[in-house]
Design a protein. Structure first.
Length: 752
């Protein structure tokens, strides 16, 4: 699938040697590098002499937080030296996963034996822990985006690591250890050139700094590449590279018993984005078909009438004429057959008609139906987009997608790892580990997967985080056969996220307030409306000329004031309302037809989003750009406080057997909140399971009144306009959910 074919300026060994190593890698030798080939016995002058044969290097690892060989480690582990990474051309996480059993590694997360992160939104923790020089990092991208240049060793631990690692290591752990500063001066440089404008530069300088007690190391990597996915829309090609990383290290050894290592890295990523979870751009199919849906402005289907034989009659519900479409040569789209999953009977359907058939989709529209004009896509454009659908095999040279040219990924990260070692005695060693990571991740992806200039929906996400950890470890050798590893761990994290679905075109439907022209035609219609709420006839206080907005929000909801992202949260200030209490939404989940159960909920008429924040309405959340035409905005925060204490002992009671036993106590406290604001459409619930909008007639009549539908010139059929709605009258709502939980756990392990 990849079109990336780099050319490098250095080679290591012949192709035959490389092929031999590849075969060994396939057989899983990298997981058992401690094994050695037998020596060659040769007789010379009547004396047998054992010459060392070709041997596989024995790797010393720190999988159990102290140095030992792979052979002596009671964990399922794959270990790779820096030389191994170079020899096999393993440059990033995509290459590495090919050598690790039961493991997949994405740019942001890893999965081992099927266990990883379920989601990256509020409360989503990784299932595989990442460590840099033995120090915990919640983000895999921090450790892998700079490639594996200047890496001393990578250890991948498979399976739960509950005693010595604990936090978020239910699937396993990945520990990346970098080369330390050297006592002697050394330097290296490497460059790679390739097609698609590939340019990569790597360098390192290391050596003493004025004395034999202090040494330093500096390495950098620069990676640039054009996009490899053709954009048939308005932007540059997608999925490029743009990474800069520099790392500074100091090693201070004031005495033979004390060592201090400090590593500081700075990383910047700025590239044309190519897709990810929630932002995939390469379309494999739509509705199970290998083509784009270009004939439906509104997603969904409506059941149509059938005759006595069960055959579809294609009767519309817009007019009173049952033969409306039979008398009209213009049949409105294809007829689809579905099967009722309960009865097994066939159900005939057509696509939802804009502005005519009610559809509860929060105002969603299909941009692929508006590629050449609003609700208009011509056959030539349809063929162009269908050429970018890949229902079967995919070749790299054919990959293409369509965007409005805003796809971009940015990542700014600064991190510190500190390791202080004190050999207190020959049998006791103390470690202090400190880690700090500060990052900002921003991404913009084309949510509608088109380059339409008439309807657009972009998704902007911002993830800001600060992590800090402290860990103290003690290694005690009781005797040659018994040793203990004990420690205490503290971890704090604050994560802020913003998600914003907006229009880059400033569409009037999203940017401007909705003007409602519906009104009671007479007092009888007003009284019928009041009857919904049990108001006796003739006493309803609204009459002719009262619009839906004026009545519904002013009288029924008692509010027409605009709301913003934090309106629901602000309503909880000083309030003892149950919905304002932490965990109310957890204890009162959304059930049945009440989708707002368990939520602190505020709603108001739709006032649009023109980006001005007029009247103090905060629709531009902090931490990000000022957007226009937002239809969904969320801001979440997670604060985590973790603590753990552990101990593990190893008893080598014979030359062949060792017993490992350990126990760990961990406590995690998470305080979180979610704020959501969005556009939606309503028929106005009356509190008794019904709706109030039908008092003004059908959805089609409401749209015709409010300019969402206009006559097509033939007198009967109506055409949709950008003001069309399919769920009723537009409105906005704000939701606030605070949550908190504490988990305590004791885990143990026993290995023989």
């Amino acid at each position: 699938m990849s079109k990336y074919r780099p050319m490098t300026f250095w080679l290591r060994g012949s192709l035959a040697l490389l092929a031999g190593f590849s075969l060994l890698g396939i057989l899983g030798v990298q997981a058992s590098l401690a094994q050695e080939d037998a020596g060659v016995v040769e007789e010379r002058d009547g004396i047998e002499i054992e010459e060392p044969g070709r041997r596989i290097e024995e790797i010393i690892v720190t999988a159990e937080r102290r140095e030992s060989s792979v052979r002596d480690t009671s964990i399922a582990i794959s270990a790779f030296t820096g030389e191994f990474l170079d020899d096999f051309g393993i440059r990033n996480q995509e290459d590495l996963q090919n050598f690790i059993p039961a493991t997949t590694i994405q740019p942001y997360d890893a999965t081992i034996r099927g266990i990883g992160r379920n989601f990256r939104a509020l409360g989503g923790d990784p299932g595989v822990a990442t460590y840099m020089n033995g120090i915990y990092s919640e983000d895999l991208l921090t450790a892998t985006a700079a490639t594996f240049w200047d890496v001393q060793r990578i250890e991948v631990l498979r399976g739960p690591q509950g005693t010595l690692y604990g936090r978020n290591a239910v699937g396993g752990a990945i520990n990346i250890l970098y080369r330390e500063p050297t006592d002697e001066a050394e330097a290296a440089f490497r460059s790679i050139y390739g097609n698609f404008g590939t340019q990569e530069y790597y360098g390192v300088v290391s050596g003493p700094l004025g004395s034999d007690k202090l040494s330093g190391r500096v390495n950098f990597s620069l990676r640039e590449r054009d996009g490899v996915i053709d954009d048939i829309g308005w932007g540059s090609d997608l999925d490029g590279l743009g990474t800069k990383n520099i790392a500074l290290q100091l090693k201070f050894e004031p005495t033979d018993d004390i060592t201090l290592n400090i590593r500081q890295n700075f990383m910047r990523i700025d590239r044309s984005f190519g897709g990810a979870n929630g932002g995939g751009l390469v379309v494999l199919n739509e509705n199970g078909e290998g083509s784009r849906v270009t004939d439906a402005l509104v997603p969904g289907y409506r059941a149509i009438a059938t005759d006595a034989m069960g055959n579809p009659t294609n009767v519309a519900n817009l007019t009173t004429d049952p033969n409306y479409f039979e008398n009209d040569a213009r049949v409105p789209g294809d007829i689809f057959q579905f099967t009722n999953p309960t009865t097994g009977t066939p159900v005939w359907a057509q696509r939802v008609r804009p502005g005519i058939d009610p559809y509860d989709g929060n105002g969603a529209q299909n941009a692929a139906a508006s590629l050449d004009g609003f609700n208009s896509t011509l056959p030539g454009t349809e063929a162009l987009y269908n050429g970018c659908v890949f229902p079967g095999d995919i070749t790299g040279d054919a990959l293409c997608a369509a965007t409005n040219g805003l796809n971009r990924e940015q990542f700014d990260q600064d991190g510190t790892q500190l390791n202080f070692t004190w050999n207190l005695t020959d049998d006791i060693e103390l470690h202090y580990l400190f880690g700090y990571n500060e990052l900002t991740y921003q991404r913009t992806t084309d949510d509608d997967n088109t380059a339409s200039r008439f309807h657009d929906r972009q998704f902007y996400v911002n993830h800001e985080a600060q992590y800090s950890s402290h860990e103290v470890q003690a290694f005690v050798d009781v005797n040659d056969a018994i040793s203990f590893t004990s420690g205490i761990f503290f971890y704090d994290a604050t994560i802020d996220q913003r998600g914003d679905f907006y229009s880059s075109l400033g569409e009037a439907r999203m940017a401007d307030p909705y003007v409602d022209k519906t009104a009671f035609a007479d007092q009888a219609q007003a009284d019928a409306f009041g009857d919904h709420f049990g108001v006796p006839a003739g006493t309803f206080p609204f009459g002719p000329g009262t619009s839906f907005y004026n009545m519904y929000y002013g009288a029924i909801l008692q509010s027409t004031a605009p709301i913003d992202l934090y309106s629901a949260k602000d309503s909880c200030v000083g309030s003892a309302a149950p919905s304002c209490q932490r965990n109310f939404s957890v204890e009162n989940p959304q059930t049945g037809g009440n989708r707002f159960a368990g939520l602190n909920f505020q709603q108001a008429p739709w006032y649009g989003d023109n980006g001005s924040n007029a009247g103090g309405i905060l629709l531009d959340a902090l931490h990000g750009p000022n957007t226009i035409g937002t239809d969904l905005l969320y801001a979440t925060q997670t604060q985590r406080d973790a603590f753990a204490v552990y101990t593990q002992g190893v008893w080598d009671f014979s030359e062949r057997f060792s017993l490992t036993a350990g126990v760990r106590y961990a406590r995690d406290t998470i305080a979180a909140e979610e704020n959501v604001w969005r556009y939606s459409e309503t028929f106005g619930p009356d509190g008794a399971g019904g709706t109030v909008l039908p008092e003004w007639g059908s959805l089609a009549e409401v749209n015709a009144t409010n300019d969402g539908l206009v006559a097509d010139g033939l007198g009967e059929l109506t055409d949709a306009t950008p003001k069309v709605t399919n769920g009723g009258i537009p409105y906005q709502f704000s939701i606030y959910r605070p949550m908190e939980r504490t988990d305590d756990k004791v885990t143990f392990r026993v290995n023989l």
